[in-house]
Write a protein that binds this ligand. Structure first.
Ligand code: NAD
Length: 473
Protein backbone atom coordinates (compact mmCIF):
# COMPACT_ATOMS: atom_id res chain seq x y z
CA UNK A 1 0.00 0.00 0.00
CA UNK A 2 1.57 3.26 -1.16
CA UNK A 3 0.62 6.55 0.43
CA UNK A 4 1.48 9.49 -1.80
CA UNK A 5 1.14 12.63 0.26
CA UNK A 6 3.42 15.08 -1.48
CA UNK A 7 3.09 17.36 -4.44
CA UNK A 8 5.93 19.21 -6.15
CA UNK A 9 6.02 23.00 -5.91
CA UNK A 10 8.94 25.41 -6.31
CA UNK A 11 11.55 22.68 -6.52
CA UNK A 12 10.43 20.84 -3.36
CA UNK A 13 8.16 17.97 -2.33
CA UNK A 14 5.53 19.55 -0.10
CA UNK A 15 2.41 18.40 1.73
CA UNK A 16 -0.68 19.58 -0.13
CA UNK A 17 -3.05 22.10 1.39
CA UNK A 18 -5.79 19.82 0.05
CA UNK A 19 -6.67 16.95 2.37
CA UNK A 20 -8.86 14.59 0.31
CA UNK A 21 -7.49 11.04 0.08
CA UNK A 22 -8.18 9.24 -3.21
CA UNK A 23 -7.87 5.45 -3.65
CA UNK A 24 -5.53 4.00 -6.26
CA UNK A 25 -6.37 0.60 -7.76
CA UNK A 26 -4.69 -2.27 -9.53
CA UNK A 27 -7.17 -2.67 -12.41
CA UNK A 28 -6.16 -6.32 -12.94
CA UNK A 29 -7.21 -7.27 -9.40
CA UNK A 30 -9.58 -4.43 -8.41
CA UNK A 31 -7.56 -4.16 -5.18
CA UNK A 32 -6.72 -0.81 -3.61
CA UNK A 33 -2.94 -0.50 -3.86
CA UNK A 34 -2.46 3.00 -2.56
CA UNK A 35 -3.85 6.39 -1.72
CA UNK A 36 -2.98 9.84 -2.93
CA UNK A 37 -3.59 13.05 -1.06
CA UNK A 38 -5.07 15.42 -3.60
CA UNK A 39 -4.04 18.99 -4.16
CA UNK A 40 -6.71 21.69 -4.09
CA UNK A 41 -7.20 25.11 -5.67
CA UNK A 42 -4.83 26.75 -3.14
CA UNK A 43 -2.08 24.31 -4.13
CA UNK A 44 -2.72 25.11 -7.78
CA UNK A 45 -2.39 28.83 -7.03
CA UNK A 46 0.88 28.22 -5.12
CA UNK A 47 2.23 26.22 -8.06
CA UNK A 48 1.23 28.92 -10.55
CA UNK A 49 2.89 31.59 -8.35
CA UNK A 50 6.12 29.54 -8.26
CA UNK A 51 6.08 29.10 -12.04
CA UNK A 52 5.43 32.82 -12.47
CA UNK A 53 8.42 33.71 -10.27
CA UNK A 54 10.65 31.33 -12.20
CA UNK A 55 9.61 32.57 -15.64
CA UNK A 56 11.65 35.78 -16.06
CA UNK A 57 15.01 34.07 -15.50
CA UNK A 58 14.09 30.82 -17.22
CA UNK A 59 12.71 32.51 -20.31
CA UNK A 60 16.11 34.17 -20.79
CA UNK A 61 18.13 30.95 -20.65
CA UNK A 62 19.80 30.07 -23.92
CA UNK A 63 18.62 27.17 -26.06
CA UNK A 64 21.99 25.52 -25.27
CA UNK A 65 21.24 25.64 -21.52
CA UNK A 66 17.75 24.24 -22.07
CA UNK A 67 19.09 21.47 -24.29
CA UNK A 68 21.40 20.48 -21.43
CA UNK A 69 18.48 20.51 -18.99
CA UNK A 70 16.36 18.34 -21.31
CA UNK A 71 19.25 15.89 -21.63
CA UNK A 72 19.63 15.72 -17.86
CA UNK A 73 15.89 15.12 -17.52
CA UNK A 74 16.13 12.40 -20.15
CA UNK A 75 18.92 10.64 -18.27
CA UNK A 76 17.05 10.91 -14.98
CA UNK A 77 13.89 9.36 -16.44
CA UNK A 78 15.90 6.61 -18.16
CA UNK A 79 17.38 5.76 -14.74
CA UNK A 80 13.85 5.16 -13.41
CA UNK A 81 12.63 3.18 -16.42
CA UNK A 82 12.25 -0.18 -14.64
CA UNK A 83 10.49 1.38 -11.68
CA UNK A 84 8.20 3.25 -14.03
CA UNK A 85 7.44 0.09 -16.00
CA UNK A 86 6.44 -1.69 -12.76
CA UNK A 87 4.13 1.17 -11.84
CA UNK A 88 2.57 1.24 -15.31
CA UNK A 89 1.81 -2.47 -15.01
CA UNK A 90 0.52 -2.25 -11.45
CA UNK A 91 -1.49 0.94 -11.63
CA UNK A 92 -2.59 0.98 -15.27
CA UNK A 93 -2.45 -2.66 -16.37
CA UNK A 94 -0.65 -2.15 -19.69
CA UNK A 95 0.46 -5.46 -21.24
CA UNK A 96 4.23 -6.14 -21.20
CA UNK A 97 5.21 -4.80 -24.61
CA UNK A 98 3.01 -1.72 -24.31
CA UNK A 99 4.19 -1.03 -20.76
CA UNK A 100 7.83 -1.23 -21.85
CA UNK A 101 7.16 1.12 -24.75
CA UNK A 102 5.38 3.59 -22.47
CA UNK A 103 8.23 3.59 -19.95
CA UNK A 104 10.74 4.29 -22.74
CA UNK A 105 8.53 6.84 -24.46
CA UNK A 106 8.53 8.99 -21.29
CA UNK A 107 12.26 9.58 -21.57
CA UNK A 108 12.55 9.64 -25.36
CA UNK A 109 10.17 12.62 -25.71
CA UNK A 110 12.63 14.69 -23.68
CA UNK A 111 15.45 13.87 -26.04
CA UNK A 112 13.26 14.54 -29.07
CA UNK A 113 12.49 18.03 -27.75
CA UNK A 114 16.21 18.65 -27.27
CA UNK A 115 16.77 17.70 -30.93
CA UNK A 116 14.07 20.07 -32.14
CA UNK A 117 15.54 22.87 -30.07
CA UNK A 118 18.99 22.24 -31.50
CA UNK A 119 17.88 23.21 -35.01
CA UNK A 120 15.30 25.85 -34.19
CA UNK A 121 15.74 29.49 -35.21
CA UNK A 122 14.13 31.72 -32.56
CA UNK A 123 14.94 34.80 -34.60
CA UNK A 124 14.23 35.26 -38.29
CA UNK A 125 13.54 38.04 -40.77
CA UNK A 126 10.26 39.08 -42.41
CA UNK A 127 10.69 41.99 -44.84
CA UNK A 128 12.30 44.79 -42.85
CA UNK A 129 11.34 43.27 -39.49
CA UNK A 130 13.13 41.00 -37.11
CA UNK A 131 10.73 38.30 -35.91
CA UNK A 132 11.49 36.82 -32.50
CA UNK A 133 9.72 33.73 -31.21
CA UNK A 134 9.09 34.50 -27.56
CA UNK A 135 7.96 32.05 -24.83
CA UNK A 136 4.37 32.60 -23.78
CA UNK A 137 4.75 32.51 -19.99
CA UNK A 138 3.38 30.00 -17.48
CA UNK A 139 1.98 26.90 -19.18
CA UNK A 140 -0.74 24.76 -17.59
CA UNK A 141 -0.39 21.14 -18.70
CA UNK A 142 -3.36 18.85 -18.01
CA UNK A 143 -2.97 15.15 -18.81
CA UNK A 144 -5.06 11.92 -18.81
CA UNK A 145 -4.41 8.45 -17.38
CA UNK A 146 -3.87 6.45 -20.55
CA UNK A 147 -0.18 7.30 -20.89
CA UNK A 148 0.59 9.30 -17.77
CA UNK A 149 4.37 9.53 -17.84
CA UNK A 150 4.57 10.07 -21.61
CA UNK A 151 2.10 12.95 -21.54
CA UNK A 152 3.74 14.63 -18.54
CA UNK A 153 7.20 14.43 -20.06
CA UNK A 154 6.08 15.23 -23.62
CA UNK A 155 4.18 18.38 -22.74
CA UNK A 156 6.79 19.50 -20.24
CA UNK A 157 9.60 18.95 -22.76
CA UNK A 158 7.95 21.21 -25.34
CA UNK A 159 7.06 23.90 -22.79
CA UNK A 160 10.59 24.03 -21.34
CA UNK A 161 12.24 23.86 -24.75
CA UNK A 162 10.32 27.01 -25.64
CA UNK A 163 11.37 28.74 -22.43
CA UNK A 164 8.01 28.54 -20.65
CA UNK A 165 7.65 27.44 -17.04
CA UNK A 166 4.97 24.92 -16.17
CA UNK A 167 2.31 23.69 -13.80
CA UNK A 168 1.30 20.10 -14.52
CA UNK A 169 -2.01 18.55 -13.43
CA UNK A 170 -1.83 14.82 -14.15
CA UNK A 171 -4.75 12.44 -13.80
CA UNK A 172 -5.54 11.57 -10.20
CA UNK A 173 -5.73 7.89 -11.23
CA UNK A 174 -2.02 7.74 -12.14
CA UNK A 175 -0.45 9.05 -8.94
CA UNK A 176 2.11 6.24 -8.55
CA UNK A 177 3.48 6.77 -12.06
CA UNK A 178 3.45 10.53 -11.46
CA UNK A 179 5.41 10.15 -8.22
CA UNK A 180 8.18 8.24 -10.02
CA UNK A 181 8.36 10.72 -12.90
CA UNK A 182 8.39 13.66 -10.48
CA UNK A 183 11.24 12.14 -8.47
CA UNK A 184 13.19 11.56 -11.67
CA UNK A 185 12.64 15.08 -12.97
CA UNK A 186 13.64 16.52 -9.58
CA UNK A 187 16.97 14.65 -9.89
CA UNK A 188 17.70 16.63 -13.07
CA UNK A 189 18.27 19.71 -10.88
CA UNK A 190 16.32 22.39 -12.74
CA UNK A 191 15.88 25.83 -11.13
CA UNK A 192 13.11 25.92 -8.51
CA UNK A 193 9.63 26.69 -9.84
CA UNK A 194 10.43 25.92 -13.49
CA UNK A 195 8.07 22.97 -13.31
CA UNK A 196 5.50 22.12 -10.64
CA UNK A 197 3.34 19.00 -10.41
CA UNK A 198 0.03 19.08 -8.59
CA UNK A 199 -2.12 15.95 -8.70
CA UNK A 200 -5.73 16.80 -7.96
CA UNK A 201 -9.23 16.66 -9.32
CA UNK A 202 -9.94 18.08 -12.73
CA UNK A 203 -12.87 20.20 -11.67
CA UNK A 204 -10.81 21.72 -8.83
CA UNK A 205 -7.11 21.90 -9.73
CA UNK A 206 -7.67 21.66 -13.50
CA UNK A 207 -10.35 24.34 -13.35
CA UNK A 208 -8.12 26.65 -11.31
CA UNK A 209 -5.28 26.30 -13.81
CA UNK A 210 -7.56 26.87 -16.79
CA UNK A 211 -9.07 30.04 -15.32
CA UNK A 212 -6.05 31.60 -13.57
CA UNK A 213 -4.98 34.94 -15.12
CA UNK A 214 -1.27 34.17 -14.61
CA UNK A 215 -1.43 31.12 -16.86
CA UNK A 216 -0.75 32.14 -20.46
CA UNK A 217 -0.97 28.80 -22.19
CA UNK A 218 -2.93 25.59 -21.72
CA UNK A 219 -2.04 22.25 -23.23
CA UNK A 220 -4.64 19.61 -22.53
CA UNK A 221 -4.99 15.96 -23.49
CA UNK A 222 -8.23 14.26 -22.60
CA UNK A 223 -11.85 13.95 -23.55
CA UNK A 224 -13.57 16.23 -26.04
CA UNK A 225 -16.19 17.17 -23.43
CA UNK A 226 -13.60 18.42 -20.92
CA UNK A 227 -11.61 20.05 -23.74
CA UNK A 228 -14.62 22.19 -24.62
CA UNK A 229 -15.05 23.23 -20.97
CA UNK A 230 -11.38 24.21 -20.79
CA UNK A 231 -11.62 26.23 -24.00
CA UNK A 232 -14.65 28.12 -22.67
CA UNK A 233 -12.93 28.80 -19.34
CA UNK A 234 -9.69 29.86 -21.01
CA UNK A 235 -11.48 32.34 -23.25
CA UNK A 236 -12.01 34.81 -20.37
CA UNK A 237 -8.28 35.52 -20.26
CA UNK A 238 -7.61 34.62 -23.92
CA UNK A 239 -5.11 31.90 -23.11
CA UNK A 240 -3.44 30.13 -25.97
CA UNK A 241 -4.90 26.64 -25.99
CA UNK A 242 -3.74 23.32 -27.41
CA UNK A 243 -6.28 20.51 -27.17
CA UNK A 244 -5.57 16.86 -27.93
CA UNK A 245 -8.93 15.17 -27.69
CA UNK A 246 -10.78 12.04 -28.73
CA UNK A 247 -11.01 10.18 -32.00
CA UNK A 248 -13.02 7.68 -34.03
CA UNK A 249 -10.29 6.82 -36.45
CA UNK A 250 -11.07 5.02 -39.72
CA UNK A 251 -9.01 2.11 -41.02
CA UNK A 252 -9.61 2.09 -44.77
CA UNK A 253 -8.92 -1.35 -46.17
CA UNK A 254 -8.68 -0.85 -49.94
CA UNK A 255 -9.96 -3.62 -52.21
CA UNK A 256 -6.45 -4.73 -53.19
CA UNK A 257 -5.21 -5.09 -49.60
CA UNK A 258 -3.19 -8.15 -48.63
CA UNK A 259 -5.22 -9.54 -45.74
CA UNK A 260 -2.20 -11.40 -44.34
CA UNK A 261 -0.85 -7.97 -43.44
CA UNK A 262 -3.97 -5.84 -43.30
CA UNK A 263 -5.95 -7.89 -40.80
CA UNK A 264 -3.27 -8.11 -38.05
CA UNK A 265 -2.51 -4.43 -38.59
CA UNK A 266 -6.17 -3.42 -38.33
CA UNK A 267 -6.62 -5.44 -35.14
CA UNK A 268 -3.47 -3.98 -33.61
CA UNK A 269 -4.60 -0.47 -34.58
CA UNK A 270 -7.93 -1.12 -32.88
CA UNK A 271 -6.74 -2.86 -29.74
CA UNK A 272 -3.60 -0.78 -29.11
CA UNK A 273 -3.21 0.31 -25.50
CA UNK A 274 -6.04 -2.12 -24.65
CA UNK A 275 -8.33 0.02 -26.80
CA UNK A 276 -7.76 2.99 -24.48
CA UNK A 277 -6.08 5.04 -27.18
CA UNK A 278 -7.34 8.23 -28.76
CA UNK A 279 -5.70 7.12 -32.04
CA UNK A 280 -7.21 3.61 -32.03
CA UNK A 281 -8.55 2.58 -35.44
CA UNK A 282 -12.08 1.79 -34.36
CA UNK A 283 -14.00 2.03 -37.66
CA UNK A 284 -12.72 -0.57 -40.11
CA UNK A 285 -13.95 0.16 -43.63
CA UNK A 286 -13.97 -2.94 -45.82
CA UNK A 287 -15.04 -3.41 -49.48
CA UNK A 288 -18.35 -5.29 -49.52
CA UNK A 289 -17.13 -7.87 -52.03
CA UNK A 290 -14.41 -8.97 -49.60
CA UNK A 291 -16.37 -8.54 -46.37
CA UNK A 292 -17.02 -12.24 -45.64
CA UNK A 293 -13.36 -13.10 -46.15
CA UNK A 294 -12.29 -10.17 -43.96
CA UNK A 295 -14.66 -11.18 -41.16
CA UNK A 296 -13.31 -14.76 -41.10
CA UNK A 297 -9.74 -13.48 -40.93
CA UNK A 298 -10.67 -11.04 -38.15
CA UNK A 299 -12.24 -13.84 -36.12
CA UNK A 300 -9.04 -15.88 -36.45
CA UNK A 301 -6.92 -12.88 -35.48
CA UNK A 302 -9.04 -11.93 -32.46
CA UNK A 303 -8.96 -15.57 -31.30
CA UNK A 304 -5.16 -15.17 -31.12
CA UNK A 305 -5.40 -12.03 -28.98
CA UNK A 306 -5.53 -12.48 -25.24
CA UNK A 307 -7.27 -10.29 -22.70
CA UNK A 308 -5.91 -10.95 -19.24
CA UNK A 309 -3.01 -10.67 -16.81
CA UNK A 310 -0.86 -7.77 -18.05
CA UNK A 311 2.28 -9.55 -16.81
CA UNK A 312 1.67 -12.53 -19.10
CA UNK A 313 3.74 -11.88 -22.27
CA UNK A 314 0.96 -13.48 -24.34
CA UNK A 315 -1.51 -10.81 -23.25
CA UNK A 316 -2.37 -8.25 -25.90
CA UNK A 317 -5.27 -6.52 -24.17
CA UNK A 318 -5.01 -5.48 -20.53
CA UNK A 319 -7.79 -4.39 -18.18
CA UNK A 320 -9.74 -1.16 -18.45
CA UNK A 321 -8.30 1.44 -16.09
CA UNK A 322 -11.31 1.67 -13.77
CA UNK A 323 -14.68 0.20 -13.01
CA UNK A 324 -16.27 3.28 -14.58
CA UNK A 325 -14.37 2.67 -17.81
CA UNK A 326 -15.30 -1.06 -17.72
CA UNK A 327 -18.97 -0.18 -17.34
CA UNK A 328 -18.75 2.36 -20.15
CA UNK A 329 -17.36 -0.29 -22.52
CA UNK A 330 -20.03 -2.80 -21.48
CA UNK A 331 -22.72 -0.21 -22.11
CA UNK A 332 -21.43 0.49 -25.62
CA UNK A 333 -21.33 -3.23 -26.47
CA UNK A 334 -24.98 -3.39 -25.34
CA UNK A 335 -25.84 -0.38 -27.52
CA UNK A 336 -24.18 -2.04 -30.53
CA UNK A 337 -26.31 -5.17 -30.07
CA UNK A 338 -29.49 -3.12 -29.57
CA UNK A 339 -28.81 -1.06 -32.69
CA UNK A 340 -28.59 -4.21 -34.78
CA UNK A 341 -24.86 -4.56 -35.36
CA UNK A 342 -23.70 -8.20 -35.63
CA UNK A 343 -21.14 -9.46 -33.11
CA UNK A 344 -18.43 -11.47 -34.80
CA UNK A 345 -16.08 -11.62 -31.81
CA UNK A 346 -16.32 -10.95 -28.09
CA UNK A 347 -19.38 -9.45 -26.43
CA UNK A 348 -20.41 -8.31 -22.99
CA UNK A 349 -18.90 -9.58 -19.74
CA UNK A 350 -15.40 -10.70 -18.76
CA UNK A 351 -13.29 -13.09 -20.88
CA UNK A 352 -13.85 -16.79 -20.10
CA UNK A 353 -12.15 -17.95 -16.93
CA UNK A 354 -11.47 -14.41 -15.66
CA UNK A 355 -13.32 -13.63 -12.44
CA UNK A 356 -11.73 -10.42 -11.22
CA UNK A 357 -10.24 -7.33 -12.78
CA UNK A 358 -11.70 -4.82 -15.20
CA UNK A 359 -11.11 -7.06 -18.20
CA UNK A 360 -13.30 -6.92 -21.26
CA UNK A 361 -13.65 -9.30 -24.18
CA UNK A 362 -11.95 -7.94 -27.31
CA UNK A 363 -15.03 -7.25 -29.39
CA UNK A 364 -15.70 -6.75 -33.08
CA UNK A 365 -19.03 -5.87 -34.66
CA UNK A 366 -19.85 -6.21 -38.34
CA UNK A 367 -22.86 -4.90 -40.31
CA UNK A 368 -22.23 -1.56 -38.64
CA UNK A 369 -23.54 1.54 -40.38
CA UNK A 370 -21.77 4.81 -39.88
CA UNK A 371 -24.80 6.41 -38.21
CA UNK A 372 -24.86 3.89 -35.35
CA UNK A 373 -23.78 5.13 -31.92
CA UNK A 374 -20.85 2.68 -31.83
CA UNK A 375 -19.54 4.18 -35.08
CA UNK A 376 -19.94 7.78 -33.95
CA UNK A 377 -18.90 7.90 -30.30
CA UNK A 378 -15.51 7.19 -28.83
CA UNK A 379 -15.78 4.04 -26.69
CA UNK A 380 -12.18 3.99 -25.39
CA UNK A 381 -12.02 0.21 -25.09
CA UNK A 382 -11.33 -2.74 -27.43
CA UNK A 383 -14.60 -2.57 -29.37
CA UNK A 384 -14.31 -2.29 -33.15
CA UNK A 385 -16.85 -1.69 -35.90
CA UNK A 386 -16.59 -3.12 -39.40
CA UNK A 387 -18.42 -0.99 -41.96
CA UNK A 388 -18.86 -2.24 -45.54
CA UNK A 389 -18.40 0.11 -48.49
CA UNK A 390 -19.21 -0.03 -52.21
CA UNK A 391 -16.29 1.81 -53.79
CA UNK A 392 -13.34 3.99 -52.81
CA UNK A 393 -15.38 7.19 -53.10
CA UNK A 394 -17.84 5.85 -50.55
CA UNK A 395 -15.00 4.69 -48.28
CA UNK A 396 -13.54 8.22 -48.25
CA UNK A 397 -16.96 9.72 -47.58
CA UNK A 398 -17.58 7.36 -44.64
CA UNK A 399 -14.07 7.94 -43.27
CA UNK A 400 -14.66 11.71 -43.22
CA UNK A 401 -18.24 11.46 -41.94
CA UNK A 402 -17.32 11.92 -38.28
CA UNK A 403 -17.00 14.82 -35.89
CA UNK A 404 -13.45 13.64 -35.15
CA UNK A 405 -10.25 13.79 -37.22
CA UNK A 406 -7.26 12.65 -35.21
CA UNK A 407 -5.76 9.76 -37.14
CA UNK A 408 -6.59 7.46 -40.07
CA UNK A 409 -5.08 4.33 -41.56
CA UNK A 410 -5.03 3.28 -45.22
CA UNK A 411 -4.13 -0.31 -46.11
CA UNK A 412 -3.33 -1.30 -49.68
CA UNK A 413 -0.79 -3.18 -51.79
CA UNK A 414 -0.53 -0.07 -53.98
CA UNK A 415 1.23 2.66 -52.03
CA UNK A 416 0.52 5.31 -54.66
CA UNK A 417 -3.18 4.60 -54.53
CA UNK A 418 -3.15 4.61 -50.73
CA UNK A 419 -1.30 7.92 -50.83
CA UNK A 420 -4.04 9.45 -52.98
CA UNK A 421 -6.71 8.24 -50.58
CA UNK A 422 -4.67 9.59 -47.64
CA UNK A 423 -4.61 13.03 -49.28
CA UNK A 424 -8.40 13.16 -49.13
CA UNK A 425 -8.80 12.21 -45.46
CA UNK A 426 -9.49 14.94 -42.90
CA UNK A 427 -7.23 13.82 -40.07
CA UNK A 428 -4.10 15.13 -38.38
CA UNK A 429 -2.20 11.95 -39.21
CA UNK A 430 -2.72 9.30 -41.87
CA UNK A 431 -0.70 6.08 -41.61
CA UNK A 432 -0.28 4.05 -44.79
CA UNK A 433 0.41 0.34 -44.15
CA UNK A 434 2.10 1.13 -40.85
CA UNK A 435 1.52 1.78 -37.16
CA UNK A 436 4.81 3.62 -36.74
CA UNK A 437 5.08 6.84 -34.77
CA UNK A 438 7.15 9.76 -36.06
CA UNK A 439 8.10 12.13 -33.23
CA UNK A 440 9.41 14.79 -35.62
CA UNK A 441 6.00 15.13 -37.32
CA UNK A 442 3.10 17.15 -35.93
CA UNK A 443 0.39 15.29 -34.04
CA UNK A 444 -3.12 16.52 -33.34
CA UNK A 445 -6.63 16.62 -34.59
CA UNK A 446 -8.88 18.10 -37.22
CA UNK A 447 -12.44 19.04 -36.23
CA UNK A 448 -13.46 18.03 -32.70
CA UNK A 449 -10.32 15.97 -32.15
CA UNK A 450 -8.60 19.12 -31.05
CA UNK A 451 -6.86 22.39 -31.69
CA UNK A 452 -3.18 22.82 -32.47
CA UNK A 453 -0.36 20.31 -32.74
CA UNK A 454 2.19 18.62 -30.52
CA UNK A 455 5.65 17.17 -31.34
CA UNK A 456 8.43 18.55 -33.49
CA UNK A 457 8.66 22.18 -34.50
CA UNK A 458 4.88 22.64 -34.50
CA UNK A 459 4.75 21.38 -30.91
CA UNK A 460 7.51 23.78 -29.85
CA UNK A 461 5.82 26.75 -31.53
CA UNK A 462 2.63 26.03 -29.59
CA UNK A 463 4.47 27.53 -26.60
CA UNK A 464 5.85 30.52 -28.49
CA UNK A 465 4.43 33.82 -29.73
CA UNK A 466 5.96 35.70 -32.67
CA UNK A 467 7.05 39.26 -31.98
CA UNK A 468 8.03 41.61 -34.80
CA UNK A 469 10.65 44.26 -34.09
CA UNK A 470 10.91 46.99 -36.71
CA UNK A 471 13.61 49.57 -37.27
CA UNK A 472 16.49 47.48 -35.99
CA UNK A 473 17.67 45.63 -39.10
P1 NAD B 1 -10.76 13.54 -19.06
O1 NAD B 1 -11.05 14.54 -20.09
O2 NAD B 1 -11.82 13.14 -18.13
O3 NAD B 1 -9.55 14.01 -18.13
C1 NAD B 1 -8.32 14.46 -18.64
C2 NAD B 1 -7.67 15.35 -17.62
O4 NAD B 1 -8.46 16.52 -17.45
C3 NAD B 1 -7.55 14.73 -16.23
O5 NAD B 1 -6.35 15.13 -15.64
C4 NAD B 1 -8.74 15.33 -15.50
O6 NAD B 1 -8.58 15.35 -14.11
C5 NAD B 1 -8.77 16.73 -16.09
N1 NAD B 1 -10.06 17.42 -15.98
C6 NAD B 1 -11.29 16.86 -15.82
N2 NAD B 1 -12.23 17.84 -15.73
C7 NAD B 1 -11.57 19.03 -15.85
C8 NAD B 1 -11.99 20.40 -15.82
N3 NAD B 1 -13.26 20.74 -15.68
N4 NAD B 1 -11.05 21.35 -15.97
C9 NAD B 1 -9.76 21.03 -16.15
N5 NAD B 1 -9.30 19.76 -16.14
C10 NAD B 1 -10.20 18.76 -16.01
O7 NAD B 1 -10.15 12.32 -19.85
P2 NAD B 1 -9.64 10.95 -19.27
O8 NAD B 1 -10.84 10.15 -18.90
O9 NAD B 1 -8.60 11.16 -18.24
O10 NAD B 1 -8.92 10.35 -20.58
C11 NAD B 1 -9.61 9.75 -21.61
C12 NAD B 1 -9.93 10.70 -22.74
O11 NAD B 1 -8.75 11.35 -23.19
C13 NAD B 1 -10.48 10.01 -23.98
O12 NAD B 1 -11.64 10.67 -24.42
C14 NAD B 1 -9.38 10.12 -25.01
O13 NAD B 1 -9.78 10.16 -26.33
C15 NAD B 1 -8.67 11.33 -24.62
N6 NAD B 1 -7.26 11.24 -25.03
C16 NAD B 1 -6.84 12.00 -26.09
C17 NAD B 1 -5.52 11.93 -26.50
C18 NAD B 1 -5.01 12.76 -27.64
O14 NAD B 1 -3.81 12.95 -27.77
N7 NAD B 1 -5.84 13.28 -28.50
C19 NAD B 1 -4.63 11.11 -25.83
C20 NAD B 1 -5.09 10.36 -24.75
C21 NAD B 1 -6.42 10.46 -24.35
Amino acid sequence: MQIIDKIYIDGAFVTPHGSEMFDLFNPATEQVIGQVRLADAQDARDAIAAAKRAFPAFSRTSPRERIDMLKRMHEAVVAKEDELYEAITEEYGAPVSRGRWMAQHASSVLLEAAKVLQDYAFTRRAGSAEVVMQPLGVAGLITPWNSDAGFICGKLAAALAAGCTAVIKPSEMSAIQTRIVTEALHEAGLPAGVFNIVTGRGDIVGAEISSHPDVAKLSFTGSTAVGKTILRTASDTLKRVTLELGGKSPVIVLDDADFDEAVPLAIQAGFMNSGQACIAGTRILVPRQRLAEFETRVQEEVARSQSGDPRDPQTTVGPMVSQKQWERVQRYIGIGIEEGARLIAGGQGRPDGVNAGWFVRPTVFSDVTNDMTIAREEIFGPVLSIIGYRDTEEAIAIANDTSYGLQAYVLSRDRQRAHEVASRIDAGRVLVNTLAHEPAAPFGGFKQSGIGREYGTFGLEAFLEPKSVLGVL
